[in-house]
Design a binder for this molecule. Sequence first.
Ligand code: HEC
Length: 117
Amino acid sequence: MRFQQSTIVKILAVGFSSVIFTLALQAGPAPAPDGSDLFKKKCSMCHAPDGKGYSALKTPDFTDPKYQASVTDKDIADTIKNGKKGTPMPAFADKLSEDDINSLVAYIRSLDSSKKK
Ligand code: HEC
């Protein structure tokens, strides 16, 4: 009888803690959007899958440390939001969320060849 009771207590304890665990997971922050995935889907046709750009389109080489040094995160985010007038670079403000744009900025920064080992 004693053995059975303690077994039940254990089962209840395990069940209870897994509920807490599940709740904790659900309460956690939503996963950040994947910049590399967005880039592949929305940008790589003009900026090349590796971000090096196409000379025919005059897209900049995002892997070039000189390019990276020439722009701030805000410049990059503003270009993504508003596009560049007079160039094929489209505005994405109504297509992408603020989080999406931030993850793209981070992804573009990660392409900097001087940061790769
Ligand atoms: C239809 C083609 C096209 C698409 C799609 C496109 N771009 Fe561009 N983008 C361009 C061109 C062309 C330029 C160069 C504009 C210029 O001549 O200064 C550019 C420039 C940029 C620049 C640099 C601006 C500067 O002066 O430093 C950034 C950053 C950029 N694009 C990000 C993105 C991101 C992120 C996406 C996807 C969400 C994207 N682009 C999708 C064509 C495109």
